[in-house]
Design a protein around this ligand. Structure first.
Ligand code: FES
Length: 160
């Protein structure tokens, strides 16, 4: 018996290979661990004052984050006035803890500045990346819940 590969047989084998590869790829994603962010209460709208930052850990105890009510509408802001925002508190330059002051986040190490009303955009200093923003959700009872991180937290290879 000769092993001649006809054009028809080649096409049949190719289609079968693609089907198997595709199914294998899907199977791999079914068994991959889920990388979901925790939903964590970080405050309640009734107790959050304009200009007073509240620090919390998110998405786990290794990273500090900060919640602030700006008193002016912000991109990604939630709440009645769309002015509640949260960010990773680690500067994107070398990881120092940023501080909220006069409507902006300032890094005490090398004075990078980030705009909390514009998704954490860096506008001065040595940092080149924006401060990772933490999307928030407000529950019917006023609880403010952290839901994810947009951007990689400084010093980590993955957020979760
Ligand atoms: S660590 Fe923040 S500017 Fe250098």
């Amino acid at each position: 018996m000769t092993a001649i590969l006809t054009r028809r047989r080649f096409v049949q084998l190719s289609v079968a290979s693609v089907a198997l590869f595709s199914a294998g790829g899907r199977a791999a994603t079914w068994f991959a661990p889920s990388l979901t962010y925790p939903s964590i209460k970080v405050g309640n709208v009734a107790k959050i004052e304009v200009g007073k930052p509240a620090y919390f850990n998110y998405p786990d105890n290794r990273s500090q984050a900060v919640l602030v009510k700006l008193g002016r509408e912000a991109l990604g802001g939630v709440g009645k006035d769309r002015d509640l925002v949260a960010f990773s508190a680690s500067c994107t330059h070398m990881g120092c803890g940023v501080q909220y002051k006069d409507g902006r986040f300032v890094c005490p190490c090398h004075q990078s500045m980030f705009d909390p009303a514009k998704n954490g955009q860096v506008y001065q200093g040595l940092a080149s990346e924006w401060l990772p923003q933490i999307p928030l959700r407000v529950e019917p009872n006023g609880d403010v819940v952290a839901t994810a991180v947009e951007g990689l937290i400084w010093g980590r290879v993955k957020n979760v």
